[in-house]
Design a protein around this ligand. Structure first.
Ligand code: ZN
Length: 264
């Protein structure tokens, strides 16, 4: 893709975002790799080296829980150090301008909120690694407490009630939260402009959101480094880094809005 066609694509996406309809963004691992969060499912990702701990095994076996937590502890530093990158910041700026209703995300890293998108505008379809929850009583436990206990030798931390503690993420073999999924579908169906960033749209059912949007008449755009499932159904596809393209889109939206305000 030449720079000219990239620029034309940026302009088309910006015009759709500035049009005043309902704008929804869907993000995947690709937006966070530039923040140092590994893409677990990609080639060379961690799941090629380790078989994931399945949810049923987590519930059944203390050894599986210990193995699960050993891996979490290894990844904890990546999560703790990660900061929002210019793509997250551009989305937060769009939200602050009133040009982004919600972010639906497959990511569990909380970086959209760190960038300034309010919690209630982020729909985390795979949950959040920022929360540790008791699987029995549902209590939330401060994440630092749990990692301190792991460091002190507690291999599979449990709640005071005896329930198993687990990051509030959707594990392999575990169903998505029904209410969260419903909200994501409703937002996708109602969207006038639906922008996919950093997802190859392979992980279902989350990845069917662009289909809901497109079937209900949304302008569909995709920003990703590689091909995706829905490139052919999209109005615009941009290949490249989210951290470069999103700020460019934001600037184009700002220019269009400023032009409108000046009455020209
Ligand atoms: Zn409990």
């Amino acid at each position: 893709m030449t720079d000219e066609t990239t620029q034309a694509g940026i302009e088309r996406i910006a015009r759709a975002l500035a049009a005043g309809g309902r704008n929804v963004v869907f993000t995947g691992a690709g937006i966070s790799t530039e923040s140092g969060i590994p893409d677990y499912r990609s080639k060379g990702g961690i799941w090629e080296r380790f078989k994931p701990v399945m949810y049923d095994d987590f519930l059944r076996s203390r050894e599986a829980r210990a193995e699960y937590w050993r891996r979490k502890a290894e990844l904890y530093d990546d999560f703790a150090k990660a900061r929002p990158n210019p793509a997250h910041e551009a989305l937060a700026a769009l939200h602050a301008m009133g040009r982004l209703e919600a972010v639906i995300t497959q990511n569990v890293d909380g970086l959209h909120q760190d960038a300034g998108v309010p919690d209630d505008a982020v729909v985390e379809v795979h949950g959040s690694a920022r929360r540790i929850r008791c699987l029995s009583c549902g209590d939330l436990i401060p994440i630092d407490d749990v990692y301190r206990r792991l460091r002190e030798g507690d291999e599979a931390p449990e709640c005071d009630c005896g329930g198993f503690l687990k990051p509030d993420t959707i594990s392999f073999g575990q169903g998505l939260d029904a209410a969260t999924l419903e909200r994501a579908v409703a937002l996708s169906r109602a969207a006038d402009c639906f922008l996919v960033i950093g997802s190859t749209l392979l992980v279902h059912p989350a990845a069917t959101m662009p289909v809901h949007a497109k079937y209900n008449g949304a302008f569909l755009a995709i920003v990703n480094l590689s091909d995706t499932e829905y490139d052919e159904d999209s109005d615009v596809v941009l290949r490249g880094k989210a951290g470069v393209l999103l700020p460019a889109i934001l600037h184009a939206v700002q220019a269009i809005v400023a032009e409108g305000a000046s009455g020209s």
